[in-house]
Write a protein that binds this ligand. Structure first.
Ligand code: GLN
Length: 250
C-alpha cells in the first residue's frame, strides 16, 4: 500500500532532527511492505484535505515560526478538514505550538495558530531544556513510556478538559508545572519531544503508521507486523534513564 505523508514547511521547521522522524516512518513502513511517499507542503502550496494520510510539522525557533505562521493560517480550514477526515498528525515543538490557537512572544506580539489543538502558548524567560520521559496511554489499557528531549521557552496551556499526549515522569512538559505534556485530538498528536522522537519510541511511529493506513483504507487501524526493535528498545532505555537521572520537574 502507498501511504502519503505531507511534510509541512520542511525548509523552515526542521531544526530538531525532524528528518530522522520521517526516515523512521519511511523505513518502518517499508519493512511492512508499504511505500511511504513524502510530499513537501510549503508556503504557497495548496494543502488538499484527504490527499495525505499523515501530516508532519516539525520544530523551529521563533524566527522560523514567524515566517510560516501566516501562510499556515491560510491553510487552516484545509488542515482542520484533513484531521477531521482522519489523517494522522504529528506536530513537534514549534509546529506543535502553531497548531494551537496562538503563540505569544515575550513582547506581547502574537502569531496566529490553526486551532487544531485546544491550547495556547506564551513565551517564558527560562528555556526548558533536557531529557524528558512521559507516561502515555494512546491505546486504552496500553501504557507506554515515551522518551525524548525538549528545548523550548514557550509555556503551553491546555484548555480545560483537553487531553495531553502524556504525563511527565521526568522533565518539564507543556508548562513546567501542570505535569501535562503535549496534546492529543483523535489521531493528531502534538508534543515538545524531539531528539528525534520516533527512533527511540518505535511504538509511537507504528501507532501513527497504523492510523495513516486506516485513513487510506477507511477501515480500522491495523495491527502492524512486529519488528525486532532491539536497538530501538536500547535507545529508549538509555534515553529514559537519562531523563530519570535528571530527576524532578521545573
Ligand atoms: N518558540 C519555541 C520555543 O518555545 C520554539 C520551539 C522549538 O521548536 N524549539 O522556544
Amino acid at each position: 500500500m502507498k501511504i502519503v505523508v505531507g511534510h509541512l514547511y520542511p525548509e523552515y521547521l526542521n531544526i530538531y532532527a525532524d528528518r530522522g522522524n520521517i526516515a523512521v516512518l519511511q523505513r518502518r513502513a517499508a519493512w511492512r511492505g508499504h511505500e511511504l511517499e513524502v510530499q513537501a507542503v510549503s508556503a504557497d502550496d495548496t494543502l488538499e484535505p484527504g490527499a495525505h494520510d499523515l501530516l508532519y510539522i516539525g520544530g523551529g525557533q521563533d524566527r522560523e515560526q514567524a515566517l510560516v505562521a501566516h501562510d499556515l493560517k491560510g491553510k487552516r480550514n484545509q488542515l482542520l478538514a484533513a484531521a477531521d477526515g482522519g489523517a494522522a498528525v504529528l506536530a513537534v515543538c514549534g509546529g506543535y505550538q502553531l497548531l494551537g490557537r496562538f503563540y505569544r512572544f515575550a513582547n506581547g506580539e502574537e502569531l496566529p495558530g490553526v486551532g487544531l489543538f485546544p491550547l495556547h502558548t506564551i513565551a517564558g524567560e527560562r528555556r526548558m531544556i533536557g531529557d524528558i520521559l512521559l507516561d502515555t496511554e494512546l491505546v486504552p489499557g496500553e501504557r507506554r513510556t515515551i522518551a525524548g528531549f525538549e528545548n523550548h521557552a514557550g509555556r503551553t496551556y491546555l484548555d480545560e478538559g483537553a487531553e495531553p499526549f502524556g504525563r511527565v515522569v521526568a522533565g518539564f512538559g507543556n508548562d513546567g508545572a501542570s505535569g501535562a505534556e503535549g496534546c492529543r485530538v483523535g489521531r493528531a498528536i502534538g508534543t515538545y519531544l524531539h531528539g528525534p522522537l520516533l527512533p527511540r519510541n518505535p511504538w509511537l511511529a507504528d501507532w501513527l503508521l497504523a492510523h495513516a493506513v486506516a485513513h487510506r483504507t477507511g477501515g480500522e487501524a491495523p495491527i502492524l507486523a512486529p519488528l525486532t526493535d532491539d536497538l530501538e528498545r536500547d535507545a529508549h532505555a538509555v534515553s529514559a534513564q537519562r531523563a530519570r537521572d535528571r530527576g524532578g520537574r521545573f
